[in-house]
Design a protein around this ligand. Structure first.
Ligand SMILES: [Zn+2]
Length: 266
């Protein structure tokens, strides 16, 4: 695995006794527990990699897309074009949102394995994909901010998948991860099955900038990181409190995005 190997080699060196023992252990581990594709379950050469059959199941996102929310268009409309939903509202606090792939029946397994099964072997690959999709959302940014979990959910899950994704992206883009600027001050029910309006109400007032951290927010440019962009309600709620605290700019990158058919000319 790429993320584990370099650290191990740099500490022990490939020619030291310990380095050779680690290499032997890795070979044996791959024989006993061969790395499997997280989508199809087929054997792959390294943990987190996709098998050839899985590539057709993951729909990667790329331009042409809405210049603001990243909703893909079926055909190019022109630089800076936004979708109908973005055109109908005032300038959103989260200026740009980008995602690596479409969240659907086939790809959701990739997200759920990280979020609910705690499988971290795909993180290096996810970081690369998010870096590729990030593009203009990363330009000029100062730091990455993972969407925080409420303390009660963090205790239950034991990790924040958004923090893991932010850290994986950080290894590729070089931006620092700042997980302590934002707090989830109210525990919110699951957003699953809620309409866009209900999601907005659900997260209203749920996030805040920690009082002691406000000096670190003013005048800076942030990229929010989350696992799935559904309606954007959570991203906009976080961006709103950051902008109110004086952030100069807020954008977002997620691993996956729910996509509904959109005609950009309507
Ligand atoms: Zn849009």
């Amino acid at each position: 695995m790429k993320s584990a190997s370099p650290g191990s080699w740099s500490r022990y060196g490939p020619n030291t006794l310990r380095g050779k023992a680690l290499a032997l252990w890795r070979v044996c581990a791959d024989i006993v527990w061969p790395p499997l594709c997280p989508v199809t379950g087929a054997p792959v050469s390294a943990p987190g990699e996709l098998s050839p059959g899985a590539w057709s199941d993951v729909r990667f996102l790329d331009a042409p897309w809405c210049a603001s929310c990243g909703m893909p268009f079926d055909y190019p409309i022109g630089k800076g074009a936004v979708c109908g939903a973005c055109a109908a509202q005032d300038t959103p606090p989260c200026r740009i949102s980008r995602a690596a792939f479409v969240y659907d029946e086939k790809s959701r397994r990739l997200v759920l394995m990280l979020k609910h099964a705690g499988r971290t072997d795909g993180l290096d690959v996810f970081g690369r994909w998010m870096m590729r999709a990030g593009g203009d959302a990363l330009e000029g940014a100062d730091a990455l901010i993972p969407i925080p979990l409420h303390a009660s959910r963090l205790r239950k899950r034991r990790f924040n998948q958004s923090f893991l994704l932010a850290r994986a992206l950080s290894l590729h883009c070089g931006l620092p991860v700042e997980p302590h600027l934002l707090a989830r001050s109210r525990s919110t029910p699951s957003q699953g099955g809620l309409s866009a309006k209900a999601r907005q109400r659900n997260v209203a007032g749920a996030f805040s900038v920690r009082a002691a951290m406000k000096p670190f927010v003013r005048g800076r440019r942030f990229v929010l990181v989350d696992d799935v962009h559904t309606t954007g309600a959570t991203l906009q709620a976080c961006a709103r409190v950051l902008k109110r605290a004086g952030a100069e700019d807020v954008t977002a990158i997620t691993l996956a995005r729910v996509v509904k058919p959109v005609d950009p000319l309507k």
